[in-house]
Design a protein around this ligand. Structure first.
Ligand code: CUK
Ligand code: CUA
Length: 643
């Protein structure tokens, strides 16, 4: 009897579940129909959707292009998580408004001039043994030849360095396999000094090169004194990649304008675009960075300009540390395979991708087998003898990113608006998928590291045209998520990027990032140490030293202490604000009306602001984050009187 009942109940349960499934299915179909979705659409949605509270598998750090910032989003949901202020003030974070972050932003002054934007192109993650370790992020500013260091414990910019000799740098940032150096290659050659030279001096005085920024991992800082530059001829440099595995110790930089063309459209000469692409080939620069780093330590090997060490071309050549190989003309992307043996060069104007074999390159170097030398005396290796092979991919090949399986790489075709999947060892095409539209960089998960993860790929498209609701003539860019785990690539999702042009992304498995969720009370977020203005509850005070007023204040739900600050017109004011909250995410913001001040005080952080009370009047100050039911009551008054 008991057994019979059990059977019946399981039959009933089975029927119930089936009905439930049917109901769910019909509900599912109803929604699909209502929204005009195909089964393929619904499946794509299931693959990217994160219900509330479910976290993403990967972080993508994406250059913010002209915004001068870094954009962070999660994969596969493509939900934006953060903008990190880098070269541009960012008021929400108070970046560029409080004294400590202003100092970082102003490290980026060029020749004494404030620069308030950047053209960010290439983010790079710090590596250990060629694998991403989640500690730091680096990014370049093409326009002003700068590199920034972002600390991934706090997701904050901690340092900016200005290249002392380059006037623009596209090729940065790229790191050596243990983050010993961050490489920044020049783009448009110019004199290394800050002097005027006419365009006629192009061949003699204008120079390109690659700067090796020494990175100290313990300090999390670039050491300028230990950094140096390898001088290149005035070919225009493009992308760079660093060797690993069997090519460890070497690095590779593309260039264009082997013609050494100098333009002059206004004089009736062909424009740069025509003059720079007359030759059938340009030059791939091959150089031994480990040897160069040793050479740079000896004074007799370097010349110094603007306080910066430069290894001249002749010194590099004499020490067998610099070579050229002809490569397909007007190249762009350059990527070293995860095992370090093969180097893929994209040819913007060539339908073929070229795959160079490092072993073949090294053989010629060892045997001193040169086909000649360029105008500057650099030995040239044979292109054919250096090639593993070429494969026709399509039009406008720009960038590459490696898959998880051996020999698999993905490439972007700008003109064809496609991503192709191919085998760079067997030189075989496997698959292609359309993207929308005009793709630049692509990033398969950890696809530039020694340990690519496959699974997803993002396509960073330059145009979105009709993909989103129209918002006027300036369209958002379109970052598309593509599934690459299976044999066929599958387009899953479109994400509008309304921030700037994201040139490149660097992705990392989320489990490798270990961020702090709060600061210890009184921490200076730029040093991680206690701030000189650290103020605990009960220690709030106003001190005057001559005409300099120091305010030690705290913020906690829901008051600012002190609430009245009276100063004389003309006084200097230094205000330290400590958020003494202990709870996660209880951030307060702080502003004083009419003073162009806005800072963010995250739990535990002490922020310093400095200003001159140069206008008389009454100025409310208040908390700018809705932090409690009595948030609006979180206020005070700055009273400035004419004494
Ligand atoms: S990027 Cu900088 S021009 Cu193709 Cu690496 Cu966009
Ligand atoms: Cu603190 Cu609102």
């Amino acid at each position: 009897m008991k057994r019979y009942l059990q059977t019946t109940s399981s039959v009933v349960l089975g029927l119930f579940l089936m009905t439930q499934t049917l109901v769910a299915q019909s509900e599912f179909k109803k929604v699909m129909k209502k929204r005009g979705l195909t089964e393929k659409d619904a499946l794509a949605a299931l693959k990217v959707y994160n219900p509330s509270g479910k976290l993403d598998e990967y972080y993508a750090f994406v250059s913010g292009g002209q915004s001068g910032q870094v954009l962070v989003y999660g994969i596969p949901s493509m939900r934006i998580l953060k903008y990190i202020g880098v070269f541009t003030p960012e008021p929400w974070q108070g970046y560029g408004f409080d004294t400590d972050s202003k100092k970082v932003l102003r490290q980026g002054n060029v020749r004494g001039r404030e620069i308030n934007w950047g053209d960010t192109h290439h983010p790079a993650l710090s590596e250990t043994d060629g694998k991403y370790d989640g500690k730091h992020l680096f990014i370049n500013d093409k326009a002003n030849a700068r590199i920034a260091v972002i600390d991934l414990e706090y997701f904050e910019t901690s340092q900016i360095v200005v290249n002392p000799i380059f006037k623009s740098s596209h090729g940065g940032a790229f790191v050596t396999p243990n983050t010993e150096y961050i490489l920044e290659s020049c783009q448009y050659p110019a004199p290394f000094t800050n002097d005027y030279y006419p365009m006629e001096a192009y061949e003699d005085v204008y120079r390109g090169g690659v700067t090796f920024w020494k990175f100290n991992r313990e300090k999390g800082k670039i050491l300028k004194e230990e950094s140096f530059t390898l001088e290149f001829p005035p070919y225009m440099q493009d992308l760079t990649d660093v060797g690993k595995g069997i090519s460890d110790g070497w690095a590779f930089t593309n260039s264009f304008n082997s013609e050494l063309y100098t333009g002059g459209i206004e004089k009736g000469l062909p424009p740069f675009e025509a003059g720079c692409s007359r030759n059938d080939t340009d030059f791939l620069h091959v150089y031994n960075w480990k040897k160069l780093a040793k050479l740079a330590k000896d004074k007799k090997n370097v010349k110094v300009i603007n306080g910066h060490k430069i290894i001249p071309i002749e010194v590099a050549v004499k020490n067998n540390a610099l070579f050229l190989i002809p490569e397909n003309k007007s190249p762009h992307g350059l990527d070293v395979s995860p095992d370090g043996q093969l180097i893929i060069v994209s040819g913007k104007l060539d339908t073929h991708a070229s795959v160079f074999d490092f072993k073949k390159i090294l053989n010629q170097i060892k045997n001193k087998e040169y086909i000649g030398r360029d105008t500057y005396g650099i030995p040239i290796l044979d292109m054919k003898k250096s090639l593993h092979g070429q494969l026709e991919l399509g039009l406008g090949h720009l960038h590459n990113s490696f898959g998880k399986e051996d020999g698999i790489v993905y490439s972007s075709l700008y003109v064809d608006s496609q991503i192709v999947k191919w085998d760079y060892k067997k030189l075989k095409l496997i698959d292609r998928v359309n993207v929308h539209y005009n793709v630049g960089h692509i990033e398969a998960m950890e696809g530039k590291s020694a340990d690519p993860q496959g699974e997803y790929l993002i396509s960073l498209n330059k145009l979105s045209i009709d993909r989103f609701l129209p918002v006027g003539p300036l369209h958002p860019q379109n970052n598309q998520l593509i599934e690459i785990g299976a044999k066929k690539m599958e387009l899953l999702y479109d994400m509008p990027v309304p921030l700037g042009e994201p040139h490149q992304a660097a992705s990392i498995r989320a489990s490798k990032i270990h961020t702090k969720v709060r600061y210890n009370i009184g921490t200076n977020s730029k040093t991680g140490k206690p701030h000189i203005g650290k103020t605990l509850a009960g220690e709030e005070r106003i001190e005057r030293k001559g005409n300099h007023v120091y305010v030690y204040s705290t913020m906690v739900r829901s008051h600012i202490n002190p609430e009245h600050i009276t100063v004389n017109k003309g006084d200097k004011v230094t205000m330290y604000i400590t958020n003494v909250e202990r709870a996660q995410d209880e951030t307060h913001g702080f502003t004083i009306d009419h003073h162009d001040i806005h800072v963010s005080t995250e739990p535990g952080r002490t922020v310093q602001i400095d200003f001159v009370a140069d206008i008389e009047g009454v100025f409310p100050y208040y908390c700018t984050e809705f932090c409690s039911a009595l948030h609006i009551e979180m206020l005070g008054y700055l009273l400035v009187k004419d004494p």
